[in-house]
Design a binder for this molecule. Structure first.
Ligand code: ADP
Ligand code: ZN
Length: 745
């Protein structure tokens, strides 16, 4: 038997090996193996079985070891890796490394402990003989004889002060046997004790939910690849639909992956999902998968899935690579979330990879959102995806109406740039009297986004990046949100010395301060990455808010995700313009999503909610359509624009970034390269650029960029890769290809 192996050794090639007779039964496609390379043993994945053509087989080296008795990359994942390498312009090895936990890549065996037990009972006489000839062996035997069950070897040796040699001697005689047992480690084990497992019981489905679940169950039973987009308004009970469908899938013997955006994986949601899923899986484990797991925890979950011990995993983006067996259902919650895109190599999109894995595994994909991405929505229009809908909130309440506050009028009234409108302040005071709660969103941390001198017009920028510094009042610092550089905030303009400094653009700190001034009796907490750096702070604040010890919570979007507070009856979005006026063709889409999702946080209990959105551009379409959560209206208007400019989803977009210390050199090489691409691939891609990036400099590195628009990513990307490998790049130029980028700045 000959196998082709992808060694994890940093050179992205297939090497062939002969498999020793005795190992043939254990080796298959996807096996993790050790192979000799030069004079070392390296780990690798078996990619194919069979010999290369006209190669002298007797010259092949022998495969050294099979690490696990099961494939580390089952065929669907191996196929997925190959597709990703082609699609995301990335080496296969790099993808394989992303798919397999670090501990596995380092060749960690099954985490085991050795147990000792008596294999053959000795008679009293035999034991007496043993005890005189080999007192230590006798001692060990006597000890084991008193144990009821196999006992950990390390513990026994430690207790008796013996060495392994004593054990070996007894094993050789056939008197004692060694067993191995896998050690389990459970993520979030302590969260079960939290007493927060509120949703542990299933709800009775309403009619709409039942219709959707029935349709999905039928799809899963059909056992074919299919994608359904579940468009359910906020509070329509999508989670319950996911859980029921998962339930049916597990009952039918299938495996399940459920993806949730990382930020939504708070211990609280994890504990809740997990207890429900474990109840569903009838005592089987539900594996949890996210970036904060320790290596051991990750390995443990991975092994449980790979061996078939567990059949369901819930996790962030990378859980899509979990080696779930017999995969029949993939759920992607909040499928529109940009967080599903990984912003380092391999730059994959969790949702898109989920769909491809579904295709390769023959599984049903369920993409859910209150504000579907336009990519998924056009796939419904073209008939690729099925559409399922939940149009009612479970509590039969109306969606809260969004009150758009025109800040231009407010600015005239207050004769200054206002932070809070009079209307919002009155509404907050009102809530305070009624002992109800308020959440204020502002999507920027810090105090203000820039420091402007009204005398000379100077705005203080970062020395290393081409953006303005953000003012943090708490410690009187100017900080760069790109590179983290900080310095004391000046009292006078560093340029002209005038004391006429103004702070432009709002941040969380300034909103917090203004609320303290305008609604002095309110108990206020701020929640952003500045205040939440301490580990348990996030949970503490949320617990205090839930317990009614906080009246007003001010924060960035991080407090908006998947939280459900019945006593919140007022939600304010302080500055809707932040997300709208950025150089990104998805700015409208993001704003619409933000508004609808934010509004969904209000009035989840039995009281009606009110939502106020402050903006200087109240007429904007993204804002107007969001007032009634009119997704269809928004999609139609926005897609019209996208079609006109042939932007995604009508074509794919590939971003090519060039970085380096010398901007002229960047420009020169980017232009040469663009000419070559134009000449070679001009019929398949449309080029835009090269041009300086919107942020020209980050951390002292200059940035140039080039855009490719294309219909055929998997055709264009491999050609770009080939061209790029042949092009003579200078040493100090770094480049990044990003296919389907979600962050354009
Ligand atoms: P969505 O994700 O669609 O915004 P959720 O799944 O968070 O909505 O559901 C909102 C709330 O309604 C949750 O507290 C959930 O437990 C509850 N819920 C879901 N389905 C039902 C139902 N059929 N009857 C009563 N309550 C339900
Ligand atoms: Zn900087």
């Amino acid at each position: 038997m000959i196998v082709g192996v992808h060694p994890l050794a940093g050179f992205d090639k297939v090497l062939h090996y002969r498999v020793p007779e005795g190992m043939c039964a254990e080796v298959g496609v996807g096996s993790l193996v050790r192979v000799p390379i030069v004079n070392m043993l390296k780990l690798g994945i078996v990619g194919e079985i069979g010999a290369p053509q006209d190669f002298p087989i007797d010259r092949l080296k022998l495969l050294a070891q099979v690490v696990y008795p099961f494939p580390a990359l089952p065929p669907d994942l191996l196929g997925l890796a190959r597709w990703m390498a082609r699609y995301y312009a990335c080496g296969l090895e790099c993808i394989i490394e992303t798919m397999i936990p670090a501990a596995v890549r380092r060749g960690a065996g099954l985490k085991q402990e050795k147990l000792l037990a008596i294999a053959q009972k000795l008679s009293v006489e035999e034991l007496a003989v043993l005890a005189t000839r080999a007192p230590q062996q006798g001692k060990l035997y006597r000890f084991l004889e008193q144990q009821f069950r196999p006992t950990a070897k390390s513990l026994v040796l430690d207790r008796l002060g013996l060495t392994g040699a004593v054990v070996n001697a007894l094993v050789k005689r056939g008197v004692v046997r060694e067993e191995t047992r896998r050690i389990e480690r459970i993520a979030y084990a302590d969260d079960h004790a939290e007493g927060e497992l509120v949703a542990a019981l299933p709800h009775r489905l309403n009619e709409e939910q039942q219709t959707v679940v029935t349709a999905l169950t039928a799809s899963v039973a059909a056992g074919k690849f299919e994608v359904s987009l579940l468009h359910g308004i906020t509070g329509s009970g999508k989670t319950e639909v996911y859980l029921r469908t998962i339930d049916e899938t597990l009952k039918a013997g299938g495996g399940v992956v459920m993806l949730v955006p990382e930020v939504a994986l708070t211990p609280q949601t994890v504990a809740r999902l997990r207890s429900r899923l474990e109840a569903i899986a009838q005592g089987q484990r539900c594996v949890v998968w996210h970036s904060h797991l320790s290596e051991g925890e990750r390995l443990d979950g991975w092994l449980a899935l790979a061996t078939g011990e567990a059949r369901v995993v819930v996790g962030a983006r990378s859980a899509i690579f979990a080696p779930v067996k017999n995969l029949k259902l993939i759920v992607v919650d909040e499928e529109h979330e940009p967080a599903y895109k990984q912003d380092e190599t391999p730059r994959y999109h969790g949702r898109d990879v989920a769909v491809m894995r579904g295709k390769l595994s023959g599984a049903v994909c369920l993409l859910g959102s209150a504000t579907p991405s336009l990519e998924s929505f056009t796939n419904v229009e073209s008939g690729k995806y099925k559409l399922l809908q939940l149009t009612q909130r479970v509590d039969a309440r109306q969606l809260p109406f969004i009150d758009v506050v025109d800040m231009r009028i407010e600015a005239m009234k207050q004769r200054t740039l206002p932070v809070l409108s009079g209307k919002l302040v009155r509404a907050m005071q009102d809530r305070l009297e009624r002992r109800e709660q308020t959440i204020l969103f502002i999507n920027r941390r810090g105090y203000s986004s820039s420091m402007l001198c009204t005398k000379c017009g100077h705005a203080e920028g970062c020395n290393h990046c081409s953006i303005t510094m953000t003012y943090h009042r708490a410690d009187e610092q100017l900080r760069c949100h790109l590179c983290g550089d900080a310095r004391a905030a000046p009292a006078r303009c560093p340029q002209c010395g005038a004391p006429d400094i103004r702070w432009r653009g709002l941040g969380t700190q300034r909103v917090e301060e203004t609320v303290r001034r305008m609604v002095p009796r309110a108990r206020i907490e701020r929640m952003d990455t500045d205040t939440m750096s301490k580990k348990n702070r996030f949970r503490e604040v949320l617990a205090a808010f839930r317990a009614g010890k906080i009246d007003v919570l001010v924060g960035t979007q991080m407090i908006g995700k998947g939280l459900d507070f019945p006593n919140v009856t007022l939600v304010g979005l302080i500055d809707a313009d932040i997300s709208m006026h950025v150089p990104d063709f998805r700015a409208n889409e993001r704003t619409f999503q933000l508004l609808v999702q934010v509004a969904g946080r209000a009035g989840r209990g039995d009281r009606a909610g009110e939502v106020m959105v402050q903006t200087f551009t109240p007429q904007a379409e993204a804002i107007q359509f969001s007032r009634h959560a009119d997704f269809a209206g928004f999609a139609a208007a926005e897609l019209k624009i996208r079609r006109e400019f042939r932007y995604p989803p009508y074509r794919h977009l590939i971003h090519h970034l060039f970085r380096g210390p010398n901007p002229e050199k960047l420009q020169f090489f980017a232009e040469q390269w663009a000419k070559l691409v134009e000449k070679t691939l001009g019929d398949q891609v449309e080029l835009r650029g090269p041009s300086a990036s919107p942020i020209e400099k980050i951390k002292d590195e200059y940035r140039w960029q080039l855009w490719y628009f294309t219909h055929a990513v998997t055709k264009v990307v491999p050609q770009l890769m080939r061209l790029r490998a042949e092009f003579a790049w200078p040493d100090d130029l770094t480049q990044v290809l990003d296919v389907d980028p979600v962050n354009l700045s």
